[in-house]
Write a protein that binds this ligand. Structure first.
Ligand code: ADP
Length: 468
């Protein structure tokens, strides 16, 4: 299996420390300002690339190119032709998958077993979008008005899409945004996160190779406050598709008001896992532990608050802490690694700040809580478990985006539901029990998932019926 192969610790062809330009109108160009920023491996500090730093002027240029392509060559592509482009892109991603997945591991730290493990999902998504290019259509509507009136809806592409993504899964997130845009006949400006822009840039190269016309896919790396904000506010952008923190989501909603652009948001979470005393502990312990420790906790839907019935509270907390202690933390390129570093020094500071706060707030540290002793460089944090946490405390209410679990006692179904719902977030919920009635009953009463699944994102891009 691909996951078991050792990854040579040599330079990556696309991350060889050289200068990476941005993709605008089918050409690779430096930033208009001439600025650039560094992308480094969070496990080692090694320089991977210097990257052209886009800002408002580069966004202007990209929007102009995207508009021209939208009204020009791309609008002539029939659904089958767009489908073919997506299928070719999928084939290219498949051919270069090992390269792309190790690029993600280098750029943001996730274990290679994890980035390689997304192969089927990434390719499946691209080919699913390819299918959507030919299967979305309007309706014929019966009309009761006097006379002979034919009523129908057409699904038209929205236009120029600004796609802003985070760093916690750059390849998948890029495809998640570019795929629907191509399927529906939109053009796109992809703004990767400043922490991990390389897989998006490489995907831009592959999109050109797949036959995407110039200006249809543009990739403009840069900082959120400059490039991201310019994209969200730009009057020439018809839709923003955003994934990231809820605070940035709020800025994007405000910035989008100027031309009332369509917005889809996939934001953060503080997701609860409820563990009832009758649960199968051998399944619940690894399930609940990996719900928060996977990707070093840098997942919007991470299960960061765990509510456990008193009867099994101590045993369960100890077992989850022991499970966390047993995970192999290290350089993501090592195939044995289960937990990689956090993405950046800033993220490390943020997470360690919450670790101090947890102790100040009176929570009991049941496991982890610092840098692993065997790692003296890189942005590593041990899988950490806080016990006896108050659900109103800061560590139980704010999104930490690190491998930090708050275990909270909650007795009985009603108490568990009330306290699990006591949050501003509603993203993802899990229930561990052997009572199927209780599982369904509890799941229905937990705050609805606000995660935008693929069909919803696609529908937002498409819904633009003509008046009959
Ligand atoms: P995270 O905590 O995952 O870094 P952010 O919301 O800060 O979440 O970042 C997600 C993406 O949003 C990144 O590409 C970032 O550059 C971008 N971003 C940050 N601030 C803004 C902003 N004010 N406007 C638009 N995009 C932004």
């Amino acid at each position: 299996m691909a996951q078991a192969q050792a990854i040579p610790l040599t330079r990556h062809a696309f991350a060889d420390g050289s200068f990476k330009k941005m993709l605008i109108d089918g050409k690779w160009v430096a930033a208009a300002s001439g600025k650039h920023f560094e992308s480094r491996n969070p496990a080692t500090g090694e320089l991977l690339a210097t990257v052209a730093e886009g800002d408002a002027e580069d966004i202007n240029r990209a929007v102009t190119a995207a508009r021209k392509a939208f009204e020009g060559p791309w609008s002539k592509f029939k659904p089958f032709e767009r489908q073919l482009v997506l299928l070719k892109l999928a084939d290219l991603v498949e051919r270069h998958f090992d390269e792309l997945s190790s690029l993600d591991t280098l750029d943001m730290g996730a274990p290679i077993s994890r980035t390689r493990g997304t192969r089927q999902r990434v390719l499946g998504m691209l080919r699913w979008y390819a299918g959507q290019a030919t299967s979305i259509h309007g309706e014929t509507i019966p009309n009761s008005l006097p006379g002979e009136i034919f009523s129908y809806t057409l699904k038209e592409p929205v236009g120029v899409v600004g796609a802003i993504i985070p760093w916690n899964g750059p390849l998948g997130a890029s495809i998640w945004k570019v795929g629907p845009a191509l399927a529906t006949g939109c053009t796109v400006i992809l703004k990767p996160a400043e922490e991990a822009p390389l897989a998006s840039l490489r995907l831009g190269e592959l999109a050109l190779e797949a036959g995407v016309p110039p200006g249809v896919v543009n990739v403009v790396p840069g900082y959120g406050e400059t490039a991201g904000a310019a994209l969200a506010a730009h009057p020439g952008v018809d839709k923003v598709a955003f994934t990231g923190s809820h605070l940035t989501g709020q800025s994007i909603v405000k910035a989008s008001a100027g031309n009332l652009k369509r917005v889809s948001l996939e934001l953060g979470g503080k997701s609860p896992d409820i563990v009832f005393a009758d649960a199968d502990m051998d399944a619940a312990v690894p399930g609940a532990a990996m719900a928060v420790f996977a990707n070093s906790g840098q997942i919007c839907s991470a299960g960061t608050r765990m509510f456990v019935e008193q009867k099994v509270y101590d045993e369960f907390t100890d077992r989850v802490a022991a499970f966390g202690k047993g995970l192999r933390v290290g350089n993501g390129l090592d195939p044995e690694t289960q937990i990689g570093p956090l993405v950046s020094e800033q993220q490390l500071e943020r997470v360690t700040g919450y670790l101090s706060l947890g102790k100040q707030e009176g929570a009991r540290l049941a496991g982890g809580g610092g840098r692993p002793a065997h790692l003296n460089r890189g942005y590593f944090i041990e899988p950490t478990v806080f016990a006896n946490v108050d659900n109103r405390s800061t560590i139980a209410q704010e999104e930490i985006f690190g491998p930090v679990l708050s275990v909270i006692p909650a007795d009985g179904e009603e108490a568990a539901i009330q306290i699990a719902n006591d949050t501003v977030y509603g993203l993802n919920n899990s229930v561990f029990t052997n009572d199927i009635d209780r599982a369904y009953r509890t799941a229905r009463r937990l705050l609805r998932a606000s995660f935008l699944y693929l069909p919803a994102v696609l529908a937002l891009l498409l819904l633009n019926p003509l008046p009959a």
